[in-house]
Design a protein around this ligand. Sequence first.
Ligand SMILES: Cc1cc2nc3c(=O)[nH]c(=O)nc-3n(C[C@H](O)[C@H](O)[C@H](O)COP(=O)(O)O)c2cc1C
Length: 206
Amino acid sequence: MKVLLVNGSPHLKGCTYTALMEIKGELERQGIEADVFQVGPKPVGGCIGCGACRKLGRCFMDDQVNELTAIAENYDGFVFGTPVHFASSAGNLTSLMDRALYSRRDLFSFKPACAVVSCRRSGATATFDQINKYFTISNMPIVPSQYWNNVHGNTPEEVKQDLEGLQTMRTLARNMAWLLKCIEAGKAAGIDRPSHEPKINTNFIR
Ligand SMILES: Cc1cc2nc3c(=O)[nH]c(=O)nc-3n(C[C@H](O)[C@H](O)[C@H](O)COP(=O)(O)O)c2cc1C
């Protein structure tokens, strides 16, 4: 079983990465493989709502979004990490999640996921709520922890001093490992993903 840790920060080894590394270490101790996907500093364009992905099966803009969807099938769970930028997620991560989950939601559905947020001072829970909404619209079970999943710090060294934040990350990793193992055991016992009705779209026009 494998988990993909998406670092939505422009800083490859910054605060968000430090939190993700704490999760990676604990996942590995629990027997779960974990890889990091760096969104990086290169700008990720926003979704232009053209619908081309419906025909292409991928976004027409060939960037980090298609790099992510190209490998998403190989993973059983996802952690999306972001720094807080003005009490929201980093612009690159917002664009990445908009386009990845709009173009290839099928690659993510029914796989456990969680958000991880890093901030200097404030805006963590607003950002946490923002990212969780991608999961609840995509049939992705949300993995909980002992607190809302955030660390505090402006530098990795400061994050390393946030002992409660780091413990929250380790608890999150253990809960992710537990959920993945339960899903695997369920499959072995004949319990697979639910099949749903064809989707109804109403635009509130009669
Ligand atoms: C454009 C920008 C906006 C930010 N806005 C906030 C904010 O609203 N609240 C906050 O506490 N920190 C804010 N910060 C600080 C970062 O969230 C914080 O330093 C974070 O831990 C950096 O994570 P990183 O090293 O992974 O990028 C902001 C930083 C930047 C660059």
